[in-house]
Write a protein that binds this ligand. Structure first.
Ligand SMILES: [Zn+2]
Length: 371
């Protein structure tokens, strides 16, 4: 599988970089935000609509697709790209995060993790080798190793043992990797412990993967710790490989993380918030159900060029939301994803022009205003 990452330009005043990822299904520029298509769909939109929003790559969830409809079924039907009619790059997670969110329904051992399906209670056992096989059959462009995502807070000794297990699992994933397999990214864990994050990053880099993710954040830890964990970890990652912050986050989190050297993001926030009637705008979040919008003729954001803002008023969007209409989810998702992709494009432009810190400072001030 062809995979290449190239740093095109480095920011002069921070660790931010402008890069390009190339895969068999096309290339895209970084820093990039990948919307999450949990069940093989960006909820409520067609692939053509997703492309129109200028989304270049998406995330698929191995756990969900393995349980339903099953990776073998998807494989028989031509692989995930064909099955969901998406021509551009797909990154699949390993399912680790979902499995570890099951709590009492799962049991972990050196060999792998046993768990009960959240759908029908059936028993399953996933190993590092098995998640590689599943992602191979799905035909994703970028695969993730199986990792243990520990909760916050976790005691030091537990975090340490878990970290070492994650490293051994990562090694096993790489050992069974075949020539035409997806590119393989490792996941740095280690909770909120500086020495464990360093150890995790160093050991995984020694094994040598095509990219490195930072996992185990946005699991309930105080916001201030995220920046610290990134500061501890990123200096140990090779500059020549993409750095991926999993499951993060708000526009503010994204700008902060880009400054610290992150290239890839995925998060359900823009799509999930859209379905809950929460919309992103340059001046902060807007809850469309509020009575103040009942007769408001303005679009969500007068500066936004998305399909929703070009055609619909806040009053109509509020009505659709309160009437529980399907179109509400669709129009809100179009706007929120357009906002996120627009943010990433502004970030890329700012790095190119050497004024990322200017934007970053503005974002920080805005964060303070809304607190
Ligand atoms: Zn819009």
């Amino acid at each position: 599988m062809a995979f290449r990452f190239e740093v095109l330009q480095k920011d002069t005043s921070s660790r931010a970089r402008l890069g390009r990822i190339e895969t068999n299904h096309g290339s895209f520029l970084t820093p990039a935000f990948l919307p999450v298509g949990t069940q093989g769909t960006i909820k409520s939109l067609t692939p053509e609509e997703v492309v129109e929003i200028r989304v270049e790559a998406i995330v698929g969830n191995t756990y969900h697709l393995y349980l339903r409809p099953g990776h073998e079924t998807i494989g028989k039907l031509g692989g995930l790209h064909t099955f969901i009619h998406w021509k551009n790059p797909i990154l699949t997670d390993s399912g680790g995060y979902q499995i570890f969110s099951l709590g009492a329904l799962r049991r972990i051992s050196e060999e792998g993790v046993a768990f009960q399906s959240h759908l029908d209670g059936s028993l399953h056992f996933l190993t590092p080798e098995k998640v590689m096989e599943i992602q191979r059959i799905l035909g994703s462009d970028i695969a993730m190793v199986l990792d243990e995502c520990i909760p916050y807070p976790s005691p030091y000794e537990y975090a340490k043992a878990s970290n070492r297990l994650t490293t051994r699992w990562a090694k096993r994933c790489l050992q069974v990797r075949q020539e035409n397999d997806p590119a393989l990214f490792a996941i740095v864990q280690g909770g909120v412990y500086k020495d464990l994050r360093e150890e995790s990053a160093q050991r995984l880099v020694e094994i040598n993967f095509q990219g490195y993710a930072i996992g185990g954040l946005s699991v309930g830890e105080p916001k201030s710790l995220m920046g610290e964990v990134l500061n501890w970890t990123i200096p140990f990652l090779p500059e020549s490989a993409p750095h991926y912050l999993m499951g993060v986050g708000t526009p503010e989190d994204i700008v902060n993380a880009v400054v610290l050297g992150i290239d890839l993001f995925d998060c359900v926030l823009p799509t999930r918030n859209a379905r809950n009637g929460t919309l992103f705008t340059p001046s902060g979040k807007m809850s469309i159900k509020q009575a103040q919008y009942a007769e408001d003729r303005r679009p969500i954001d007068e500066t936004c060029g998305c399909y929703t803002c070009r055609h619909y008023s806040r009053a109509y969007l509020r009505h659709l939301y309160l009437a529980n209409e399907i179109l509400s989810s669709r129009l809100n998702t179009i706007h929120n994803l357009y906002y996120y992709i627009g943010l990433m494009n502004k970030i890329k432009e700012a790095i190119r022009e050497g004024r990322l810190l200017e934007i970053y400072k503005k974002q920080q001030l805005k964060g303070l205003e809304t607190e």
